[in-house]
Design a protein around this ligand. Structure first.
Ligand SMILES: *[C@@H]1O[C@H](CO)[C@@H](O)[C@H](O)[C@H]1NC(C)=O
Length: 403
């Protein structure tokens, strides 16, 4: 975690090399090949199974010093379920400005989500099966099918524009629904979000910065700082070395979502397949390091709507509408305001105690970017990818075949 820690890590690699060269005894006499380095030189089996670990937040409000590049930073625990940590001034103002400029130079483009806005599969969300769609149920239907997040005012406008609600009771009966050409709803939505793009689940622009390609001293230094901080095998970071820089303009936001996929989804990790080929895959982002790059004049916090809730019930969450972080940012259980240079760190997955590797998705990491009410918001995301295949992750010759 410290600069000294980096040296130790290098030493371990050297020791491993010496051990496999079977001159361990000699090195041990020199006192460098010891169990303290995590290497058991006396063992016949020289293979060390790599494990991943998490930083320990201890308890909410706990502050611990971390020394990175010889500079002492304070890391504060904001939440334990999920564990969310915060480091103020993780980046200097100059570093923040530099990263924003780099992203602009590389070229920003509109962010998209996996869910297409032109859905062909409309799933009618008649939750209570009373054959009538309440406003809330129709809102959910549109959210799930079109990735568009409307409020009640938007819905009433749609009913009026399309003449859907014949008896004007703000509910859509089976007869009213089937009297409607489904295409007309899709077309209305398409036109509506063209005019009001913040009705989509996500409104931002972004760029990808690859330290290995950009060859930028400042970006390399930030990368090293992240490697030192997280204490994970650096090969994991080197293999997926990119930063995602995101710019949110006025009304920009990203509704509540998970950064990673559930292990229950039996798809391969997205960094192991060509996602462009249409094959389904899941994100495998063990860890998120979110870096705020600027001072936001209004809004733009990161919200964790269900942090520390006793249980998580996706259905009741969806019905509550709290996924919409334009409307419900303040209702979130944990809200982390945007501050230039600040890092927020959390783990999207549990650890699997039996394998010492990545475990199931932690549902409580559900989070999103609250609406920007004034000015701009810039962040950089650093995801540390860990798949369910430890050997491939750790194999320097195994290159993920990405989109
Ligand atoms: C929060 O926890 C309570 C108590 O377990 C539960 O009833 C409620 O459904 C939970 N909320 C969500 C959104 O899961």
């Amino acid at each position: 975690m410290t600069k000294g820690g980096l040296h130790t890590a290098r030493l371990v690699v050297l020791v491993l090399v010496c051990c496999t060269a079977r001159i361990c005894g000699e090195v041990e006499e020199q006192g460098t090949c010891s169990k303290d380095d995590g290497v058991d030189c006396g063992s016949q089996n020289l293979e060390v199974t790599p494990v991943i670990t998490k930083l320990d937040g201890v308890e909410v409000g706990h502050v611990q010093d971390v020394i990175l590049d010889g500079k002492t930073h304070q890391m504060k625990t904001l939440s334990m379920k999920p564990q969310v940590l915060e480091i103020q001034h993780f980046l200097t103002d100059d570093e923040c400005d530099h990263v924003m400029r780099l992203a602009e130079k590389v070229g920003m483009f509109e962010s998209v989500t996996n869910t297409p806005t032109k859905s062909r599969n409309v799933q009618i969300m008649d939750m209570n099966k009373d054959t009538v769609l309440s406003l809330r149920e129709f809102i959910l239907t549109i959210e799930n099918s079109f990735d568009i997040y409307l409020d009640e005012g938007d819905m009433l406008k749609m009913y009026a524009d399309l003449g859907m609600d014949h008896n004007a009771d703000a509910e859509i009966s089976r007869e009213e629904l089937y009297g409607q050409d489904p295409k007309s709803v899709a077309e209305w939505l398409e036109e509506y979000v063209t005019k009001l793009p913040h009705k989509k689940s996500r409104m931002s622009r972004q760029a990808w910065l690859y330290p290995s390609k950009v060859r930028d001293k400042v970006l390399d230094e930030i990368q090293e700082r992240v490697v030192s901080l997280v204490g994970l095998p650096r090969i994991l970071i080197d293999k997926n070395d990119e930063f995602q820089v995101v710019q949110y303009g006025p009304k920009g936001h990203y509704h509540a979502h998970w950064d990673s996929g559930s292990w229950a989804e039996k798809y391969p990790c997205c960094h192991h397949v060509k996602t462009g080929s249409g094959e389904r895959c899941k994100s495998c982002r063990f860890m998120t390091v979110l870096l705020y790059l600027n001072k936001v004049d209004g809004g733009g916090a990161t919200a964790f709507p269900i942090a520390n809730n006793e249980t998580f019930d996706e259905h009741s969450f969806r019905m509550s509408g709290k996924i919409n972080l334009h409307q419900h940012c303040e209702d979130a259980n944990l809200v982390v305001p945007a501050e230039k240079g600040k890092a927020i760190i959390w783990y999207n997955h549990h650890l699997d105690p039996t394998t010492g590797w990545v475990g199931e998705l932690d549902s409580f990491t559900l989070h999103g970017g609250c609406g920007v009410t004034r000015g701009q918001k810039w962040i950089a995301n650093k995801w540390i990818l860990v798949s369910d295949e430890r050997e491939k992750d750790m194999d320097p010759n195994y290159r993920p075949n990405r989109a």
